[in-house]
Design a protein around this ligand. Sequence first.
Ligand code: Z5A
Length: 214
Amino acid sequence: MRDLISFEGIDGAGKSTQIQMLAAKYRSHHQPVVIVREPGGTELGESIRRLLLESKGKMSIKAELLLFAASRAQLVNDVVVPALENFEVVIMDRFYDSTTAYQGYGRGVDVDMIDRINQFAADYWEPSVTFLLRLDPDEMMARKRSKDGKVGELDRMEQAGIEFFRKVSNGYGMIAKKHPNRFCVLDASEPPDEIHKKICGELESRKNRRPNWP
Ligand code: Z5A
């Protein structure tokens, strides 16, 4: 079986937690699974990730957007498409909806133009389902706080501030409304096991509905 599943949401929403649980479930049924993260997932992509998250120098919004797209183009070419062609399940920890949410709704870049860049970078592949884990940005900050109540060191994107994350979160809501068939919106404040059950139920109900992939 091949499938392309993406997880989206603001930082700390629980994407990695759910992805690990889902991958374990597939593997327990002997289904090969590939997990990839954006930005990253290839040698070039991981170098771009360091630039995007760790760079201390100035970065223009256009440069930021195109670096995310460049990482994605390499990942789709080197990992995603070969895995799908090999009938594996690919689970993506973020895909192009992140660019629409963060650089589009968050930073204010024209969303229609981002759509075109996204399609080009992703070679027109789209997930069969996108799980959006919705978390209140204030709750996100609470999850980031360490046990002593302080937020640890923030990367370049995380330094954008709570107002930015509110815009990103609202943006995700708008993207999900625009693509109601692809998106499954979940409450990220529920316990991880409950969320996992809902994800499995959703995948079961969609198993005969795959996009018309090449
Ligand atoms: N970005 C962008 O701007 N444009 C793009 O096109 C792309 C990305 C692709 C990548 O960050 C950054 O790049 C990100 C978006 C931007 N930036 N910001 N800001 P990343 O890859 O380093 O990290 P992330 O994806 O944003 O988040 P994360 O830290 O990996 O979080 P997560 O995977 O969603 O959550 P988690 O690690 O599973 O859980 C976080 C904590 O919450 C952890 O302690 C868990 O134990 C806990 N948790 C998990 N689930 C629950 C529930 N259900 N209840 C309570 N606590 C929970």
